[in-house]
Ligand binder design. Structure first.
Ligand code: SF4
Length: 324
């Protein structure tokens, strides 16, 4: 399949010079080239199929909106938590993105939002925040043979004890493997991509990452209760036992790990740019990724049937992680 020439198609796909790359796009390329190509062509399923992803995004979106609205260290009132989640539900419905898991996901997001800010309000007041939920677009300096940007959004950036810059990275997990997160940080593509962008933008070597983990509840909806009653039960449990739900831990990163990451990233970009310039060919299927850690790949139906029925296509490629 040849990559469509500019201006020749109704749907304008990804353009490297215009859209740059995010860590998510490169992660898709590493995971399965077919998946990366579908994404670059702007295909989206009518509803997300993975429950874990729907829940994770709802919690992440609610936190993002609250962080944008509140002063760091503030607590959320009942009305604010409800208002934030309802506004996000309205947007989701207006954009036709409601899934079979949406109601459950928004219930959990609502249940955890207030206890999260309550738990961290004292710590967050002491942190010297540089920015929260800031988007970046920085001309890359890793692969010198092509001009394009690195793009993304920081959950948070702060200065630790008046010296180095640190990254706040929020994760939602069912099982928290803190040791694994610490041990893999030096070659964790997502975190190192952001730390490298932070280094490029600030000219300073960052200190590392503060993982901000939200553990999904072990509680399940009982047959005898409504979703709303379940949400109240989770909220009560998270308020009374915040240590079961919220964890933060620092993982430092040094200049040596950053230098090695940049070499690895250069190799990855070389592969990616060559593939893109060859018209995204070959876009072979990597079947080990069809049923991944977040459930089934959202393009499984398309790969199975060869048809795009049930998928929408964006008029112009936009990164969904940047609000596209
Ligand atoms: S279903 Fe499997 S082969 Fe198809 S795009 Fe997804 S991961 Fe790749």
């Amino acid at each position: 399949m040849a990559w469509p020439a500019e201006g020749t198609v109704k749907h304008e796909p990804f353009r490297l010079w215009r859209d740059g790359v995010t860590q998510g796009l490169l992660a898709d390329f590493l995971e399965c080239r077919q998946k990366c190509m579908y994404r670059m062509m702007g295909f989206e399923p009518a509803g997300e199929t993975s429950k874990a992803l729907v829940v994770g995004s709802a919690i992440h979106d609610a936190l993002e909106k609250a962080r944008r609205r509140l002063r760091p260290g503030a607590v959320l009132s009942d009305g604010e938590a409800e208002g934030i989640v309802s506004a996000l539900e309205v947007v989701e419905a207006a954009e036709g993105r409601v899934t079979e898991h949406s109601a459950y996901a928004w219930t959990l997001a609502w249940a955890l939002l207030q206890p999260y800010f309550q738990f961290y309000c004292v710590d967050d007041r002491k942190i010297e925040w540089v920015e929260l939920e800031g988007e970046f677009c920085v001309e890359q300096d890793v692969f010198p043979y092509a001009n394009f940007c690195f793009r993304g959004k920081f959950d948070g950036v702060f200065r630790s004890r008046g010296s180095k810059l640190w990254l706040l990275e929020t994760k939602t997990r069912s099982i928290v493997d803190g040791e694994g997160l610490s041990e893999s940080v030096g070659f964790n593509h997502q975190v190192m991509f952001y730390l490298n962008a932070l280094k490029m933008m600030s000219g300073e070597m960052p200190g590392g990452v503060l993982y901000d983990v939200i553990k999904k509840p072990a509680l399940r909806v009982k047959k005898s209760e409504t979703l709303q009653e379940f949400g109240c039960r989770v909220r009560r449990d998270a308020t009374e036992n915040p240590d079961k739900y919220f964890f933060r831990f620092e993982v430092p990163v040094d200049a040596g790990a950053m230098a090695i990451y940049r070499l690895e990233l250069r190799g990855l970009l070389e592969d990616f740019v060559l593939w893109y310039e060859e018209g995204c060919w070959p876009h072979y299927r990597r079947t080990a990724a069809c049923l991944g850690k977040f459930g089934r790949c959202k393009y499984l139906r398309m790969c199975d049937t060869g048809s795009s029925d049930g998928y929408t296509r964006k008029k112009q490629f936009k990164y969904e992680e940047l609000g596209g």
